[in-house]
Design a protein. Sequence first.
Length: 311
Amino acid sequence: MEQTEGGTVMNNKLKPRRPLREKHYWEEWTGRIYTSICVVFLIVVMFSIVYFVASKGLSTFFQDGVSLREFIFGKTWNPTGEPGVYGALPFITGSFTTTLLAALIASPLSLCAALFMTEIVPGKGKKILQPAIELLSGIPSVVYGFIGLSVIVPMLRSIFGGPGIGIAAGCLVLSVMILPTVTSIMADALSALPKGLRESSYALGATRWQTIYRVIIPTVLPALLTGIVLGMARAFGEALAVQMVIGNAPHVPTSLLESASTLTSVITLSMGNTTMGSVHNNALWSMALVLLVMTFVFVILVRLLERRNRV
């Protein structure tokens, strides 16, 4: 502060900012380097997994001489025979059947639950119902399998007769498992919808139900389909819960009440009993490759739906 004839003048002497700029500079470069290392590490891990599974799975056809046509469309699985027969169609059919039926059961229930939480009772839905449904996602799959074995299988046995285990029990357990995931994604998509869209519909004289099925659902349809695809991806890769209730029979089922098996079930049951590098072991890796390819298909579908939703 300096005194002058006209009064007091504040002499603001600015401190040098160079050390602060250097600090921010090094912080920025540290963050960039750390982020780049993490990204490169993730890419390396991803390509390593794909390379390992693909190399082991393709060796069944290129080294062991198993026919790809026989593997995909063969109905007989007998790896211990002389010679061994490696037809994976029963397991592929079981995986697709349980996944599709689970999606058909869970999708309308999830949509109704999401609409109820966001459109009917939005206050209680966000505070009570949505957190309760999201908690269901954290329940271990073995718990779902045990409940299915204790509740669903006896129920099917008492209604339809027979052992009760089979495709029907498996798809019911899977539908309950993917219900929280699909519901949460649908609820988030409905909550993100602009309020002006609803208000415009009401201003034109539409009722709440007309607004829901003529305006809201068509607008967020790609996001709703994304939730269904993600639920199917989880159902397709589920092993333990389905393994407990499906029966694990290596044949193509002709009824929903018949025992069947899935790709994940046969892999988890047989991988520990095989020798690394044997034909049987490589055939199991080929099933894992099928699961990996289907995962990529689900991811591509999700990306396409997200792109459509942005448009």
